[in-house]
Design a protein around this ligand. Structure first.
Ligand code: OFO
Length: 168
């Protein structure tokens, strides 16, 4: 048993995950275009992860015998002034997603929908990890600096962080 209100909120989250995937895919293309291959791979991988998040919610709604709805997805931004601003916006976006997940958890709690509350715990943990990772990358980018001489080192460092997080 799942309420109409809860299904609507989960369906909205499908849109958020889809949009997140598209944002990162677009960032990946921007980075590739600048010759930042490791940054491009980092965002490409995250675009795929967001798709996986979307599918997880989609499947949950279907398992509950409800209709998963793919609504309109806004166009992601495509113009960035620097790799620094790309990572800054990515980090801000993850904070927005965390808030969105927390709102879903609150709705499940208020409705005493413990099955959905339990289902959402995976996303709560995932957001802790993702926010942590994006913050780590942003801190490194700030540390290295954002002038043209630093771009190679930023790309190397993003590759190292990606490899370490994949191995963890
Ligand atoms: Fe990066 O977040 Fe999905 O949930």
């Amino acid at each position: 048993m799942i309420s109409k209100n809860m299904v609507e909120a989960l369906n909205r989250q499908i849109g958020v995950e889809f949009f997140s995937s598209n944002i990162y895919l677009q960032m990946s293309s921007w980075a590739e275009n600048q010759g930042l291959e490791n940054c491009a791979a980092f965002f490409r991988k995250h675009a795929e992860e967001e798709q996986m998040h979307m599918h997880k919610i989609f499947d949950y709604i279907c398992e509950k015998g409800e209709l998963a709805i793919i609504g309109q997805i806004n166009e992601p931004p495509r113009d960035y002034v620097s790799i620094h601003s790309v990572f800054e916006q990515a980090y801000k976006h993850e904070q927005f997603v965390t808030k969105s997940i927390n709102d879903l958890v609150s709705t499940a709690y208020e409705e005493k929908d413990w099955a959905t509350f339990n289902f959402l715990q995976w996303f709560v943990e995932e957001q802790v990890e993702e926010e942590g990772l994006f913050q780590k990358v942003l801190d490194k980018v700030k540390l290295i600096g954002d002038n043209s001489d630093s771009l190679y080192f930023i790309d190397q460092e993003v590759g190292n962080i990606s490899a370490a997080s994949a191995a963890a």
